[in-house]
Design a binder for this molecule. Structure first.
Ligand code: CDP
Length: 218
């Protein structure tokens, strides 16, 4: 198989990151988690301990250095040289990430980085605007989704395993609000592209999802 560029988009908690990471591992490709990059900007914004405003976020993104290091199937996320892979997944970061991701200066800087990382091919990139905007010439475009109930259940289990006691209904409401914000924003909203294949993973386990993705690439 030639060195493909694979774009995976979809709403929160659809299992994109897990599926994309495992598919990349099987193909011996690089996995690029673009959500982690927006989370990295959100994390740095919160370090200021100030009220989060658009002006503050824009100030933060001016000189931030975000990098992803993909090693043995795992992605490490660095902000200004500090490893923050775990810290970018807290409920506090999740709570402001859509506000961060809707701002043009943030998107312009992150998209330029993402395109640079994908330039050599043999990549699986996941996010919200990969097929529509970041990599419109991708060889394979997949829109990964699942019912909101199942997405919330999956994320709830994940958070519980990490030691966060979150309420399932609150989590589901937060995800629905984030999907709405991501779908309705002005710049590069979350959309299913016409040429993307829909993969509804409701009721599927992770191995079935990865197999389905690999079949689409063949
Ligand atoms: O893991 P989860 O589905 O919760 O989200 P994520 O992939 O880590 O992305 C976090 C947030 O970053 C999303 O809710 C979007 O607001 C934003 N994002 C984006 O705007 N564009 C992307 N390509 C990826 C993420």
């Amino acid at each position: 198989m030639k060195n493909l560029v694979i774009a995976i988009d979809g709403p929160a908690g659809a299992g994109k990151s897990t599926a994309a990471r495992l598919a990349a591992k099987k193909l011996n490709y690089t996995y690029i988690d673009t959500g982690a990059m927006y989370r990295a900007v959100a994390w740095k914004t919160l370090q200021n301990k100030e009220k989060v405003t658009d002006a503050l976020i824009i100030e933060v993104v001016k000189d931030i250095k975000v990098s992803l290091h993909y090693e043995q199937g795992n992605t490490l996320v660095f902000v200004d040289g500090k490893e923050v892979s775990g810290e970018i997944r807290t409920p506090e970061v999740t709570g402001i990430v859509s506000q961060v991701a809707k701002l043009r200066p943030v998107r312009e800087k992150m998209v330029a980085l993402q395109r640079k990382m994908a330039a050599a091919g043999a990549v699986v990139m996941d996010g919200r605007d990969i097929a529509s905007h970041v990599l419109p010439d991708a060889d394979v475009k997949i829109f990964l989704t699942a019912s909101i109930e199942e997405r919330a259940q999956r994320r709830w289990k994940e958070m519980k395993n990490k030691g966060y006691a979150v309420a399932l209904d609150g989590l589901q409401a937060e995800m629905a609000a984030r999907d709405k914000a991501d779908s309705e924003r002005e710049i590069s909203p979350l959309v299913q592209c016409k040429d993307a294949i829909l993969l509804d993973t409701t009721g599927m386990d992770i191995d079935e999802v990865v197999t389905a993705i690999l079949n689409m690439c063949r």
